[in-house]
Write a protein that binds this ligand. Structure first.
Ligand SMILES: Nc1ncnc2c1ncn2[C@@H]1O[C@H](COP(=O)(O)OP(=O)(O)OP(=O)(O)O)[C@@H](O)[C@H]1O
Length: 700
């Protein structure tokens, strides 16, 4: 089996300085140049070198292409792969792994490439892809795809390596399913958290993609590999609360493993994988059978420099870790045969000499056999359907079903689409409006220029009849054009107003039917804030435009009057007052617009307050509901546990009776065997006697 010695690769990713950090006066203390990264810790600069260092502006897509795509290739060759995001809370791990719609993270990018490969190989190779998603928080494991309360154990299997026994493995036949499962699991992780602060600081998660493959129409042994996508909580932020760097025990366990493998002074000694569940599950990633890449995520802000330094120190050690990755063959059938053989051997041994260790070993072997038997594609498929059914109940029991599953129903989606189309139309109209506005403004300026030229020419006294006529005609034509274009501008504006109004009523309709993004208050608030910002921006542009337009009109009018006066025009008092009224009207219009703007601002502030209140209220209500759900669930569980223990007790009694019966039967059996034997003996003796008697009779 091919194998490769490889080193854990470490890439540092600094997120951008956030707006909120900047407004609080946070400073960027991180400098990146090439693979080097320097951190200014209060005037003292420390420099580190990694396999790559990236600043905040790098897209996850690019990081994926450069650093992760080669690892996916390795996974497709049958090697295990581990991609880890390690860092303090708020350092950008989720952003890197999950990304956003505009900047998809490592997981969506890998998902896309994986299924592209599967499609390309269609007909030549067959793939069977499944996923698991586990969270580890304070040594407690949660099955994020199917949050049941059955016991889960970390075990080691001859074929599976280290795995979580009891974790639901769901089939992902296409990229869409995989993306949905990842997203839903991530939501379950976030929504299921009871202590948000502890959760953010100490929760680790592992999303594993199991890739099984074989050549089509071939009896050749297939390949089996895993791709671990890990969110590894690093040093926590003391600003968030009491969870200081030292109290994160699983982080200490990770640190000890990294140190035991990566620190030259400690190398070669015992590696304490068993100190924590997370280190046990990362045993292959750190020093085992896998190609590993660690993204050390850091914040560039001075406020976080302590966490940054600790993260970088771990990252330095991790870079020294050596792994031995090998191609994993899918030897399910061989393993099942081997296990059966071993079980048979042990059974023989047990019949002659039953030692306690052998009995325990037998139990383990039988369990391994059961697990191995579950590795066939058909069995995995069957179990996956079972888990799919269970998960809805389990999510509902946790009170997070709606939060996790697609909360938007068909009707909601249609409504969303309608709103989206209206928004598109509005965007387009806005663009047209802006272009037309620019054109009209340009024409106005042109006209002013032409009028100025004309008056200059008239002043100079050099004007001929022909030139005067040409200028007057040009001015007239431009005025006509300006008129028609201004009309068009008015029409667009009117249309824009109509669409905005329609959008508003549609939105209100949706809201009154409580259709939009039902169930997910956080998401709804985010969307609403986004929408509000957009509307505000559009309103601001319109108001500014109007102000400018009125201003320009006043200037234009003033200039025309001036020109005419310069040309010796005498305004009659009637004309004068008409003009004055016109100017006054325009000024008043300007004032009205300014007032409108003020009112809008006040309305905005009021709405903001109402919205915040509504959000708070909704959040509280949801939390109460969630707690109630948990309570109901807990009550059910208690009843269930009671019934279970009563059943167990009854079962134990029955078992004891059965054992006693068996003992009695077996002793009775022995007695009967004995009786039987003595009877046989008696019969034999009788027969002998009969023979003797018969002999005697014959002799007589
Ligand atoms: N590359 C980036 N560009 C823009 N914003 C980013 C980037 N990386 C992270 N952020 C922002 O930084 C904040 C923290 O990021 P994120 O939530 O990903 O951190 P985290 O390490 O997953 O935190 P936690 O462990 O607490 O969940 C978020 O507001 C996120 O939007």
């Amino acid at each position: 089996m091919p194998s490769e010695t490889t080193q854990v690769k470490v890439v540092v990713k600094a997120r951008p300085l956030l707006e909120v950090e900047e407004t609080k006066g946070g400073k960027n203390v991180v400098k990146i140049s090439g693979d080097k990264i320097s951190v200014d810790t209060g005037g003292k600069e420390q420099t580190f070198v990694y396999d790559g260092s990236f600043a905040g502006d790098v897209k996850a897509n690019q990081l994926y292409k450069d650093r992760c795509e080669p690892l996916l290739q390795k996974a497709l060759e049958g090697y295990n792969v581990s991609i880890m995001a390690f860092g303090a809370t708020g350092s950008g791990k989720s952003h890197l792994m999950s990304g956003t719609e505009d900047d998809p993270g490592i997981v969506p990018c890998l998902n896309h490439s994986l299924y592209k490969h599967v499609e390309e190989k269609a007909g030549k190779k067959e793939f069977f892809i499944t996923v698991t998603f586990v969270e580890i928080l304070d040594e407690q494991m949660t099955d994020l795809l199917n949050p049941h309360s059955n016991e889960m154990r970390v075990r080691q299997h001859p074929q599976l390596g280290i795995y979580v026994d009891g974790l639901s493995e769901l089939v992902a036949n296409d990229g869409e399913t995989l993306a949905k499962l990842y997203e839903q699991g991530s939501r379950a992780r976030k929504m299921g958290a009871t202590d948000v602060r502890a959760h953010r600081a100490r929760s680790h998660s592992i999303f594993t993609i199991h890739v099984d493959q074989k050549e089509s129409n071939s009896s050749k042994v297939g390949l089996k590999s895993t791709i671990q996508m890990v969110d590894l909580a690093g040093p926590s932020d003391p600003h968030y609360g009491s969870e200081g760097v030292d109290s994160n025990s699983s982080l200490q366990a990770v640190a000890r493993v990294i140190a035991a493998l990566g620190d030259s002074k400690k190398k070669g000694g015992h590696v304490p994988y068993r100190d924590s569940r997370i280190t046990r599950l990362l045993q292959e990633a750190f020093g085992g059978n896998a190609f590993s890449l660690m993204f050390a995520c850091i914040s560039p802000a001075d406020l976080f420099s302590q966490e940054t330094m600790v993260t970088l120190q771990y990252a330095t050690l991790a870079r020294n870790i050596k792994n031995e990755a090998r191609v994993n063959l899918d030897e399910t059938t061989h393993i099942i045969a081997d296990l059966r053989e071993e079980i048979a051997r042990l059974r023989d041994k047990l019949t002659t000499n039953s030692k306690k260790e052998d009995v325990m070993k037998m139990e383990d072997l039988i369990h391994d056999l059961q697990i191995a038997k579950r590795q066939t594609w058909e069995e995995k498929q069957r179990l996956s359907i079972q888990y799919e059914e269970e998960r809805k109940t389990n999510l509902a029991n946790k009170g997070i079903l709606e939060w996790v599953m697609d909360s938007m129903r068909k009707g909601d989606k249609e409504m969303q689409e309608k709103l989206l189309l209206l928004q598109k139309e509005k965007d387009q109209l806005m663009l047209q409006y802006k272009e037309k506005r620019k054109a009209v403004d340009g024409m106005k300026e042109d006209l002013q220029k032409k009028i100025a030229e004309y008056s200059k020419m008239a002043d100079s006294g050099k004007a001929t009849d022909a030139s005067t006529k040409a200028k007057v005609t040009a001015i007239h034509e431009l005025k006509e054009l300006l008129k028609s274009e201004s009309e068009r501008l008015k029409e667009i504006k009117q249309h824009l107003k109509e669409v905005t109004e329609k959008q508003r009523t549609e939105r209100e309709d949706a809201r009154s039917q409580n259709m939009m993004l039902r169930g997910n208050a956080e998401l709804r608030q985010a969307v609403e804030i986004e929408e509000r910002k957009k509307i505000e921006m559009e309103n601001a542009i319109m108001v500014e435009d109007e102000m400018e337009r009125v201003g320009r009109e006043v200037d234009f009018l003033r200039m025309e009057i001036q020109n005419k006066v310069e040309q010796g025009k005498q305004y009659s008092s009637e004309e004068g007052s008409k003009l004055e009224i016109e100017v006054a009207e325009l000024k008043a219009e300007r004032q009205v617009i300014a007032l409108q703007q003020q009112v809008l601002e006040q309305e905005k502030a009021r709405l903001q307050r109402t919205l915040d209140d509504a959000y708070k209220h909704h959040k509280e209500e949801t939390e109460i509901l969630q707690l109630q759900n948990f309570q109901t669930f807990r009550n059910y569980r208690e009843v269930f546990e009671q019934q279970k223990s009563a059943l167990e007790q009854r079962y134990r009694g029955l078992l004891e009776d059965a054992v006693q019966d068996a003992v009695f039967m077996s002793s009775r059996n022995a007695e009967m065997v004995e009786e039987n034997q003595s009877l046989r003996q008696e019969i034999a003796e009788l027969k002998d006697r009969l023979t003797v008697l018969e002999g005697q009779a014959a002799a007589n």
